[in-house]
Design a protein around this ligand. Structure first.
Ligand SMILES: Cc1cc2nc3c(=O)[nH]c(=O)nc-3n(C[C@H](O)[C@H](O)[C@H](O)COP(=O)(O)OP(=O)(O)OC[C@H]3O[C@@H](n4cnc5c(N)ncnc54)[C@H](O)[C@@H]3O)c2cc1C
Ligand code: SF4
Ligand code: SF4
Ligand code: SF4
Length: 379
């Protein structure tokens, strides 16, 4: 058995540097596009040990080169450690690097330069804020404008999973915000086989990749709805630590979680626990500390709570597709008062400042074929 396992002679796609440097948001885009099923988002554990990916206890792409760690399975044909019959090792087709949000970069300082219209809205349904996302999906399903939507649901323990909605009746059961993260796009591959008119709902990193997948892979993605997002958490931190230990609550009793007015708030049927955001923000997932997109710049429509009164949602329409679909939605009410932009702009600027890093340099080095070493580029 050799001590040093050779790297297969197939090179590395550039997402390798995203993964290695713990910049991977775990959006699942590479899993959706990879023809070899070599890219797979999982939480690292001993069973999926892979010497080429970081051993971080949060979702990242762990598979990619996993087969090469099988020391007993050296393939002389391809000069790597794979079993050709079950080979799922990366073939370096480079598709994944076209749809990775980190390799594409972030919006500039002005996140609002592509907004073509903005509204304060609500639907009559139940949701996190104005139930605008629920209202859009439900109405578009009813009119046959979409036949599938990718989103995230939770159970009573606040454990989350990616769901594929296929009817108006199913939409309400996934309303409400979960602050844990799921690789929403990892389910896209299966959905593309069975459905023609797909909507994707997700955080800025997920909708960025979704828009790149629409450009590069499929025209079946019809609508991309982005959520405004300051940060997200792993289940270990949110479900096992923040809710029970920091907020002192039994997860099962929590009805709603929210970030509002500088506090993280957990509501039960008869109580409310609050903690200053600054006391938990350091627990956010590692890639969130490098993220410089607050308002889902790459979505067709962005929705959030900031800038609108309680019970209403802030809506940014960012392109003609977003406008076309939102204009079709029935049952939406719009307030005459505009979005309080000052606060949205302030928080966007704050996110950019707090998470600032030289992603342009990263792109320059990586796309030129170089190796990114953060220390070398920190000055
Ligand atoms: C991690 C995270 C952080 C956020 N941070 C902010 C913030 O800082 N400021 C702000 O203004 N708004 C933030 N939001 C958005 C906000 O909480 C609401 O989701 C948004 O206002 C839409 O409200 P609604 O009532 O229209 O949505 P609803 O009608 O309740 O629908 C919500 C939709 O979002 C989907 N969803 C819920 N959780 C997730 C998730 N984790 N990943 C992917 N999809 C999900 C649901 O499945 C549902 O389709 C955040 C959302 C998330 C998921
Ligand atoms: S380069 Fe191609 S085969 Fe390799 S992980 Fe990316 S998409 Fe899959
Ligand atoms: S596409 Fe998404 S999951 Fe894949 S490496 Fe990039 S950020 Fe990570
Ligand atoms: S802050 Fe939000 S958009 Fe950015 S990486 Fe984290 S979850 Fe994705």
């Amino acid at each position: 058995m050799s001590a040093e396992i050779p790297v297969p002679q197939i090179g590395f796609p550039k997402i390798y540097q995203v993964i290695k440097n713990v910049l991977c948001t775990a959006c699942g885009g590479c899993e959706a596009i990879c023809p070899m099923q070599a890219a797979k988002v999982q939480i690292y554990n001993e069973a999926n040990y892979n010497k080429f990916t970081p051993t971080v206890a949060e979702p990242t792409v762990v598979k990619l080169f996993s087969e090469v760690s099988r020391e007993d399975n050296y393939c002389a044909h391809r000069k790597c450690y794979v079993d050709c019959e079950t080979c799922v090792t990366c073939q370096n087709c480079l598709a994944c690097q076209r749809i990775c949000p980190i390799l594409d970069g972030f919006p500039g300082d002005d996140e609002f330069d592509n907004v073509i219209d903005q509204r304060v809205g609500k639907s009559s349904l139940h949701g996190q804020d104005g139930a605008v996302v629920t209202g859009i999906l439900k109405s578009l399903f009813e009119q046959g404008e979409i036949d599938a939507a990718l989103s995230v649901s939770r159970n009573e323990d606040w454990e989350t999973e990616v769901v594929v909605l296929t009817s108006a009746e199913e939409v309400s059961r996934v309303g409400g915000t979960k602050y844990t993260y799921e690789p929403v796009l990892s389910e896209l591959r299966g959905v593309l086989k069975d459905y023609e008119k797909i909507a994707v709902v997700g955080t800025p990193c997920q909708v960025h990749s979704a828009s790149l997948l629409r450009e590069n892979l499929t025209d079946k993605i019809k609508l991309v709805i982005g959520l405004i997002c300051m940060e997200s958490f792993t289940y270990d931190d949110m479900g096992e630590n923040i809710i029970p230990n920091i907020m002192g609550l039994d997860r099962k009793t929590v009805k709603k979680l929210d970030f509002a007015k500088g506090k993280f708030v957990a509501e039960t049927a008869d109580d409310k626990a609050l903690v200053p955001i600054k006391e938990i923000s350091h627990l956010a997932r590692k890639p969130c500390h490098h993220c410089m997109d607050y308002t889902s710049y790459y979505a067709d429509i962005s929705v959030g709570s900031v800038g609108s009164p309680d019970g209403w949602s802030t809506i940014f329409i960012r392109n003609d597709t977003g406008k076309e679909y939102l204009d079709k939605v029935q049952g939406m009410e719009y307030d005459e008062k505009p979005i309080f932009m000052e606060i949205v702009q302030k928080l966007a600027a704050q996110k950019h400042k707090n998470n600032e890093w030289d992603y342009q340099k990263f792109k320059e080095v990586v796309w030129a074929g170089g190796e990114w070493t953060p220390e070398e580029h920190s000055t």
